[in-house]
Design a binder for this molecule. Sequence first.
Ligand code: PLP
Length: 431
Amino acid sequence: MAFTLDKSAAAFSAAKQHIPGGVNSPVRSFRGVGGTPPFIAAAQGSRLHDIDGNQYIDYVGSWGPMILGHAHPAVTEALREAVGRGTSYGAPTLLETELAELVKAAVPSIDLVRFVNSGTEATMSVLRLARAFTGRSKIVKFAGCYHGHHDSLLVKAGSGATTLGIPDSPGVPEGIAATTLTAAYNDIAGLADIFHRHGEDIAAVIIEPVPGNMGLVLPRDGYLQAVRDLTAKYESLLIFDEVMSGFRVAYGGAQAAFGITPDLTCLGKVIGGGLPVGAYGGRRDIMEYIAPAGPVYQAGTLSGNPLAMTAGITTLKAIGVPGYYDRLSEKTAVLCAGVKAQAEKFGFELQHHQIGSMFGLFFTAEPVYDYDSAKRSDVGAFNTYFHAMLAQGVYLAPSQFEAAFMSSAHSDDDIAVTIAASAAAFAKVAD
Ligand code: PLP
């Protein structure tokens, strides 16, 4: 049967009548790659099912959270039970402490953790905390790193902002953007220069230790340690935004994988098991500045929501078992090696990156180590590849500048099918 998206196309037109651009988060609109986004009816394991009856092997995983795959039986069952006990109380629960303990056991740099509802909320709150704790106002971020859509950090952000060509959004006051200094990722000399000029004013450096929002970019040897050393020298705080990499590249996140201890950490995605959760945590003396322990205000009607906590607890217990990450990484390596072999067969020299179950490829023969080098990719070639994969039932993120995610629900057969689809897609790009 020919691949069609007729029902999705109609649904997309209808959605645009009611929702800006027809979507509730920009990159879902396929604006970067063109065409119609499949409207999803259901998801199970490694598969997404759309309203036209197509099914896809899913490497987006809701942009990272679905490490166990969709509708994992343990998570689904736990949620079913939890929902019968009520969906929100606005009062403390044992679940919050249980998830906090699990997070702390996995991420030793965290003494205290505060749960919020999204990654954006986590990074927004952590900046207020860093500024209050240090009494300084400036923040350093890295070009191509995305930390959510609040004003301070929507400056040279990657992700949808790159795809849509809106590096800085209108509506961000100049005064706020001016407190955000931008450095190039993987360039320690550039960061040292910023510290040399502004060191006394810098409250914090916020970094995706393994950036996944300009495509997947890996830190050079020693880079993260050098960032740690510089921040310590100037008594600025180091914030690891592990909303994506946390519980993804390793159970303890990138900080465990690279052995670096940040002062503060932001989490999200996996810790919510597919429900809306974010978190920020870190050193006790800093976190005790947060209300009601301290003076820095941050609150949330639905924060620590019992359903979200339940999904998070069940997910962390399932992925915390010995060998889980080794198996997931090995599976991802098999897929990446297979795709690379197919690319080479068709004469493409591409950049294939992988860490744990995060992976991605850049359509460029030159090494990619920062935002500028990522942007040298051939977006047209990616778009052709993307649509050829989609038509064969493989769902990748609709942008060259996003990472892909493996789940433990992906089977060897899924991987073999994906590699075969890749061969046909590269043939199309070569055409
Ligand atoms: N930080 C990072 C590293 C992210 O990848 C994202 C989202 O993709 C965010 C923060 C924002 O999280 P959310 O979309 O839950 O607000």
